[in-house]
Design a protein around this ligand. Sequence first.
Ligand code: ADP
Ligand code: F6P
Length: 324
Amino acid sequence: MAKAIKTIGILTSGGDAPGMNAAIRAVARKALSKGVKVKGIKRGYQGLLNEEISDMEARSVSDIIQKGGTILGTARCSEFKTEAGQQKGVDICRKHGIDGLVVIGGDGSYKGAQALSRLGINTIGIPGTIDLDIACTDYTIGFDTAVNTAMQAIDKVRDTSSSHERCSIIEVMGRNAGYLALWCGVANGAEDILLPEKYDFNEQNIINNIIRNKKQGKTHHLIINAEGIGHSTSMARRIEAATGVETRATILGYMQRGGSPTCKDRYYASIMGGLAADILCDGKTNRVIGYRRGQFVDFDIEEALAMQKDIPEYEYELSRLLAL
Ligand code: ADP
Ligand code: F6P
């Protein structure tokens, strides 16, 4: 029989994402409702190693569901990638009576959770990243808010691009993944969408598109460029020189990661948080919550990390066709 969990720790790790607070709130309140103690760990694995740990009550998570960022703070911690760091983390969990840990973050954070599980602390991961780049899930906390924030910003850039009859290259986040770029490209009606997974670095094609569109009377040309491709400013200079069309680069940056979460991010994060607490209290470990084909599910972390995900071919082809 699985050992009963008495105390759950919660931490957020890697890049923050809007909706993480809803997940923290749900984990805490679901666990407390089962009579399980809850401890908040500040600043991810770094905070665990620094013993930045405090008790959480139902009221500790009041008034946070609408807030962006994470009330627990987040950090990247290279020490936790070492065996010594991981063993220290286990010792600190034991010292504080933490026998189960919920880790809200991305693939890197799951590797930390996997190490803790191997060393005897039960762990569950919840997918939190604006990049949507976690293979085992169709949804990650923060993507919906970030993509809406970016879409609204791009609409604004479009207005001024049209007025000045300019070409605009707008760079969106996503690390090496093109999901934010693809969604914005379609939702903003961009003329070119550059994804790290697909881009062939043939700038002449873009230049030809701009010249053709100009001849056909288009008053702007929007290029959504993914962070994984980058170099938007130098690209703008080259495109302007080759086309004679004034070209500007806008790098949206960290504004995409902040702000009040959308309803979807609050709702899905809440369900995932509740499930994580349930699964942990059932004695399961080394699992990660996902959302696939309309259902909330959970996978073994090892299995989840081995999964692959790519830009759906039909969606990519359609995005190109609609951009004509
Ligand atoms: P994300 O969780 O968003 O993928 P990172 O890759 O930056 O973000 O990982 C977040 C943190 O998870 C790292 O700073 C580190 O503390 C921990 N981590 C990453 N990789 C490993 C690993 N191989 N083993 C243990 N911990 C890891
Ligand atoms: O993973 C989320 C993300 O915002 C990526 O889109 C981006 O590449 C990265 O984090 C930036 O990380 P940092 O906050 O360390 O600059």
